[in-house]
Design a protein around this ligand. Structure first.
Ligand code: PLP
Length: 401
């Protein structure tokens, strides 16, 4: 008999994943994936960058690199992070293979089997899987419009004084899947709670650059920039949404003590992140092309969000509630209790549109009352049609009840 580890045995494929595999027909309008549209990638810019590299740098690109990252990229990225007010000089920066690897490494650094970790509910599915792979016990605390529900968080921590969580994992800017942008007040309220409970924060900022308006721009300041002296914060970020997920490049900015452990873990995982894409990303950042690109992307994603929001207002029954995001990739919607979202999903797939059900993002795997729509990789002309399909199915389901 094949004897798998306990950690791997606890990872399950879901009925939803099986359903999603049906949704690969080329004509299907997908609001499922949390990725940029293929047509948005800076292919020409990267082509030019590669062609203009001197031979020795091209050769470096093919080679293994240092575990913490390609040194010129680390320097360029520090400048980028400094602009966000992040304390780059007091901390250590490491390039990772996507920011999911940063979360995974931090999971390995901190979690022993059975350790408690607090997340938001809902929570990014990649983080749920990464943390569960180290056998963390996840406790999801509800999100409301301003961020994590601090009363619920306080109550939970109070009740669990004897078994304190190892850390709390939060996505403060344009949450995946909830779209939430934390208010400054909510961030401030968190400080004494985390201090009193000696709780380390893993701050995931995969979407902070993708704000749609000036007010949102003011609010995306990371907690790591605001509260470096008050809290211990491991900050993670990614090139996936501002260059391309295929580069598989992310980063962590962490205190030295944590960095040293993380470096040992990274050595054992993949020795180094792809040097090839690091060399290209380095030029993209250093030359400032990344800023023109991000500013173009903000406008495109805002237009896609506007199209989706207009279509939802037009085609969805009023009983479906949701908040309009101010950046990022996602709209998170709440269903009335009588609707079975799995049955809605089956029907919309038959009719040519697909989305992700809320259960996927619930650390306890129970939620049946939400779903996520992603507007980031669907062109505007298709968004309205896809939303109409889902809206019609929702209306039919409501009529039946
Ligand atoms: C909140 C959040 N964090 C991290 C990631 C991981 O991104 P990557 O590993 O591609 O950097 C994602 C990807 O969807 C995400 O939504």
């Amino acid at each position: 008999m094949i004897k798998f580890s306990k950690a791997v045995s606890s990872l399950r494929t879901s009925e939803i994943r099986d359903l999603m595999s049906l949704a690969t027909r080329p004509d299907i309008i997908s609001f499922a994936g949390g990725m940029p549209g293929n047509e948005l990638f800076p292919v020409e810019e990267i082509n030019r960058i590669y062609n203009s590299l001197p031979l020795d740098i091209k050769q470096t690109a093919f080679q293994y690199g240092p575990t913490p990252g390609y040194p010129p990229l680390l320097e360029a990225l520090k400048e980028h992070l400094r602009k966000k007010g992040l304390p780059v000089d007091k901390n250590f920066l490491m390039i990772t293979t996507g920011s999911l690897q940063a979360i995974n490494i931090l999971g390995k650094v901190f979690v022993d089997p059975g350790d408690l970790v607090v997340t938001e509910n809902p929570c990014f599915i990649g983080a749920i899987s990464a943390l569960k792979s180290y056998q963390a016990e996840l406790k999801g605390i509800d999100l409301n419009q301003d961020g994590i529900d601090v009363e619920k968080l306080k109550n939970f921590l109070q009740k669990n004084k004897s078994i304190p969580p190892k850390f709390i994992y939060l996505t403060l800017n344009f949450h995946n899947p909830a779209g939430t942008l934390y208010t400054q007040e909510r961030k401030k309220e968190l400080v004494p709670i985390l201090q009193e409970n000696d709780l380390l924060l893993i701050e995931d900022d995969a979407y902070g650059d993708l704000y749609f308006d000036e007010e949102a721009e003011k609010r995306v300041v990371p907690m790591k920039a605001l509260y470096e002296n008050e809290l211990t914060i491991c900050y993670t970020g990614s090139f996936s949404k501002i260059l391309g997920p295929g580069f598989r490049l992310g980063w962590m900015l962490v205190p030295e003590e944590i960095y040293k452990k993380a470096e040992l873990v990274k050595q054992s995982v993949d020795a180094c992140s792809p040097n090839f894409t690091q060399v290209l990303a380095c030029e993209f950042v250093q030359s400032g092309q990344i800023y023109d690109y991000i500013s173009r992307m903000r406008k495109i994603y805002k237009r896609r969000k506007d199209s989706m929001a207009d279509a939802i207002r037009k085609y969805f029954p009023e009983e479906i509630t949701w908040n309009e995001p101010r950046g990022g990739f996602y709209i998170w919607l709440k269903l009335p209790p009588q609707i079975d979202i799995i049955s809605v999903l089956k029907k919309t797939i038959e009719q040519g549109a697909v989305f992700v059900v809320g259960k996927t993002f619930d650390p306890a795997g129970l939620d049946n009352s939400h779903f996520r729509l992603s507007y980031s990789h669907t062109a505007e002309d298709k968004i309205e049609r896809g939303i109409q399909i889902i809206g019609d199915v929702l209306k039919e389901e409501l009529k039946k009840k």
